[in-house]
Design a protein around this ligand. Structure first.
Ligand code: NAG
Ligand code: NAG
Ligand code: NAG
Length: 355
């Protein structure tokens, strides 16, 4: 090959790479800045210092908070401390979370909790589903919540070849759930390659004993997953797609696409207001600052509410935004009677009042 041809080819490849990098920088908000939006009466939840990745509030105001996630490529302020599940009673003005004791033989030393979900059966038994990453693998742990003793009784570890990079879970029965795989690959460099090449290989899977199957695919990075209050729809957040996909849940548990809502934000987890069905999410103002943690240039936090998500014109409002001086790397936001809880990947947890 002639020297000129080689130079031309290298030039074309570099130009394509440059083009893709530029696109990726846009996709992941590498230049994102925060316009602050404040809320009155915010305070930290005491004792939560190493993340509050997911928050699930029961109808009676008890909130479960997962803390201490270790995740490839993500900073952890306490890499040697096992993960915990905190319980917070939102009816109690003291707002004091307590770390729940776990019994039933789960290996606590490798507990790395990620997304959580609850299922309440006819007898009011509360089951807690927790995405876990022991040794960077993916399992779903099912617990029974013994409320009188404040204990989580471990019932079962779910493993399956389709659980490979699980992010979040939404329970639909005492042993059945939908979950999202945020990447196809499990190692950090391969994930970055997956992102760079725009592979859209992330998916949503339905699990029940005896019936496990992919029910939706084609996401850049499927993250938060939640269910509408009438239990007819499943919402899936795609971080790098910056969208929420709405699916109808069919009788055989397959998902039928309804529509995709473009949001233009790096949304992480989803929760649904139990009263009016509004969808709440924590989002990342700047993807680079989350992936590449720098204490001198902190990742910020954003809480976004989407009203009337099923209508042609959903109303999208930034309810809270901070540059990291108060809260870093928000993932989720849950509401209960005018109170807002905001969780983060590896930082603290914030409580605010909405009105
Ligand atoms: C997101 O929030 C929903 C509802 O609060 C919860 O079921 C889910 O587990 C959360 N997932 C993550 C990854 O934070
Ligand atoms: C589920 O039901 C839908 C609609 O009835 C059908 O098209 C689909 O093939 C079914 N899927 C499975 C796996 O049974
Ligand atoms: C972050 O926001 C706080 C409060 O809004 C402000 O005082 C501070 O200067 C900001 N920091 C940076 C680095 O922009």
């Amino acid at each position: 090959m002639g020297a000129l041809l080689k130079i031309t080819l290298i030039g074309i490849i570099l130009a394509l790479l440059g083009q893709r990098l530029k696109q990726l920088a846009y996709q992941a908000n590498f230049w994102g800045e925060v316009k602050p939006v404040e809320l009155p009466n915010c305070q930290y939840l005491k004792g939560i210092e190493y993340g509050s990745e997911d928050i699930e509030i029961l109808p009676n105001g008890l909130a479960f908070i997962s803390s201490g996630l270790k995740y490839p490529g993500m900073v952890s302020f306490a890499p040697d401390i096992p993960g915990e599940i905190f319980l917070l009673d939102l009816n109690d003005e003291e707002l004091l979370p307590s770390s729940l004791r776990i019994t039933g033989g789960l290996d606590i030393s490798t507990f790395s909790p990620h997304g959580i979900s609850t299922y309440i059966d006819k007898d009011d038994t509360v089951y807690l589903f927790v995405v876990n990453h022991p040794h960077h693998k993916s399992t779903v742990e099912i617990f029974k919540f013994a409320e009188e003793e404040n204990i989580l009784v471990h019932l079962k570890t779910i493993k399956h070849k389709l659980l490979y990079s699980v992010n979040d879970v939404v329970a639909v029965g005492p042993e059945s759930f939908y979950f999202s795989n945020d990447y196809y690959f499990t190692s950090f460099p391969m994930r970055m390659m997956e992102l760079f090449l725009d592979l859209m290989w992330a998916n949503v899977v339905y699990y029940s004993p005896g019936d496990v199957r992919e029910v939706a695919s084609g996401f850049y990075s499927a993250n938060g997953i939640a269910m509408s209050n009438d239990k007819k729809y499943i919402y899936v957040a795609d971080v790098f797609g910056k969208t929420i996909s709405i699916f109808e849940k069919l009788a055989n548990r397959s998902l039928s696409p309804v529509k995709v809502v473009q949001l233009g934000i790096l949304l992480d987890n989803l929760s649904v207001d139990p009263v009016n069905g509004d969808v709440w999410t924590g989002s990342h103002p700047n993807g680079m600052k989350v992936l590449h943690y720098n204490p001198e240039d902190l990742p910020g936090s954003e809480v976004v509410r989407i009203q009337n998500i099923h209508s042609d014109n959903p109303i999208v409002t930034t309810v809270y935004a901070n540059n990291g001086s108060v809260l870093q790397a928000s993932t989720c936001a849950s509401v209960y009677e005018g109170k807002l809880l905001v969780g983060t990947i590896f930082h603290k947890a914030l409580y605010c009042e909405l009105d």
